[in-house]
Design a protein around this ligand. Structure first.
Ligand code: MG
Length: 277
């Protein structure tokens, strides 16, 4: 694989994302995918996906787990419903993430990723210790499958995320950096956060957003790449500065309208190629 291949976040049968056929049409060589729904995480389905990817000449660089009863409606709802933090759903979701890890192995993919949820800030609290323990458990399962676990950024400051990763203390735990999420959640300036996380960033999203007028309380707005408050050239320069080697994965949650997806993702690819050059 070339250094810094362009990628796009893709939906195979679950989650919002660009259709795989759009990625193929634009000639994008890598994708991250949402894990398929439970009933589709079979060896047979993995073979079908692999055949389609081979035909399209596309490599999967990460499989993202997500859960059916999660909601990103607003920030307080994210706190209550997302990831492995809420205690009521934690055991069930851990089991599901392990299944996703096993399915990703069938796809030959060595990275699984997720939004862990809002990690509590009180590092002495039992909730914090529980989230450390569940993450360690998942890392160990992934390691047995030859995989790393990447945590999506946004819900923590870089400092809190560094602390958390230190506390989990597993050598296959890394970061999927999303500059727009730092802005959307109001958790810090993206370039400074990227520098602070540095070598822990092993995959990243190219996504753009504008700041909320009440950072941390209400969302900013997600916008097409290059139209928001992430300085994309500066972002690229900083990825270089920290020695980043992985794919440059466009993430854009737009409705299932192939024509619009093609147009917008095509523009994003152009911008990335300019900045990369
Ligand atoms: Mg993202």
């Amino acid at each position: 694989m070339q250094k810094w291949p362009v990628g796009v976040f893709t939906s195979i049968d679950a989650g919002l994302g660009v259709d795989l056929s759009v990625a193929k049409e634009i000639g994008i060589p890598t994708v991250q995918i949402h894990a398929p729904h439970r009933g589709n995480r079979t060896a047979k389905h993995a073979e079908e996906i692999l055949a389609r990817l081979a035909e399209f000449g596309i490599t999967v660089t990460a499989v993202f787990g997500g859960f059916e009863d999660e909601s990103y409606a607003d920030i307080p709802t994210v706190v209550k419903t997302v990831g492995l933090v809420p205690s009521e759903t934690r055991a069930k979701r851990l089991a599901e993430m392990k299944e996703i890890s096993d399915f990703s192995k069938l796809l030959g993919c060595d990275v699984i990723a997720l939004h862990l949820g809002f990690v509590p800030h009180e590092t002495e609290s039992s909730l914090y210790q529980d989230v450390v323990a569940v993450t360690k458990d998942l890392c160990q399962h992934a390691a047995a499958n030859g995989q790393a676990l990447h945590l999506e950024t946004g819900q923590e400051t870089a400092e809190a995320l560094n602390q958390f990763i230190d506390d989990v203390d597993q050598d296959n735990l890394f970061v999927n950096f999303d500059p727009a999420n730092m802005i959307l959640y109001g958790t810090g300036k993206p370039i400074e956060a990227l520098r602070a996380l540095g070598p822990r960033v092993k995959s990243c999203h190219f996504k753009d957003a504008t700041w909320s007028d009440k950072p941390g309380e209400s969302w900013g707005a997600e916008v097409p790449l290059g139209e928001g408050d992430v300085d994309i050239q500066m972002y690229m320069n900083t990825l270089k500065e920290i020695g980043y080697q992985g794919p440059l994965t466009i993430e854009r949650e737009i409705p299932e309208q192939p024509a619009r997806q093609k147009q917008e993702i095509g523009q994003a690819v152009k911008l990335i190629e300019q900045c990369r050059a």
